[in-house]
Design a protein around this ligand. Structure first.
Ligand code: DQA
Length: 154
């Protein structure tokens, strides 16, 4: 089974208590478990990692090359600032889907810009934790032969 990396950036360890009106009441552990379960149904194995440190996120993206078939990345606030994360995604050439819990385009102007988007296959935002599951389906559709995908199994 191909594996994917679910990578979460700064402050996402605080999910559940952090501005629940914006980010929901599920904890990161709950979201990660949803991802692990959904990935299995989609024919993939999910590995989850969270860090508040840009360098650790860079290291995780570098280490994904040759190990993970795809990445789902919520880079948190680094989305709007990090040329380094964008360059890392371009460098490793691992298909990456960008996810945000909130609709960043409906929020403050500074959140409208994403460096990640330039390097990602696509962006899913505004659907809360469901967005991660949509991203898993998007990666499965890209990575797996059609007959093994979730929609054919239903
Ligand atoms: C976020 C949106 C970012 O603007 C913010 O800095 C986050 C979370 C989201 O998931 O909606 O930390 O990436």
């Amino acid at each position: 089974m191909q594996s994917i990396l679910i990578l979460n950036g700064p402050n996402l360890n605080l999910l559940g208590t952090r501005q629940p009106e914006v980010y929901g009441r599920e904890t990161l552990a709950m979201v990660e478990q949803l991802c692990i379960d959904h990935a299995v149904k989609a024919g993939l194995t999910a590995h989850c990692l969270q860090s508040n440190h840009e360098g650790a996120l860079l290291d995780a993206i570098h280490a994904a090359r040759g190990v993970h078939a795809g990445i789902i990345l919520n880079a948190g606030a680094f989305t709007h600032t990090s040329v380094a994360l964008m360059d890392a995604i371009f460098s490793v050439e691992v298909p990456t889907v960008e996810v945000h819990l909130s609709n960043i385009h409906a929020r403050e102007e500074f959140r409208h810009k994403s460096y990640i988007s330039r390097a990602a296959l696509g962006q899913i935002c505004g659907f809360g934790s469901q967005g991660y599951l949509m991203a898993i389906d998007a990666l499965a559709a890209t990575l797996l032969p059609k007959e093994t995908q979730l929609q054919d199994a239903r």
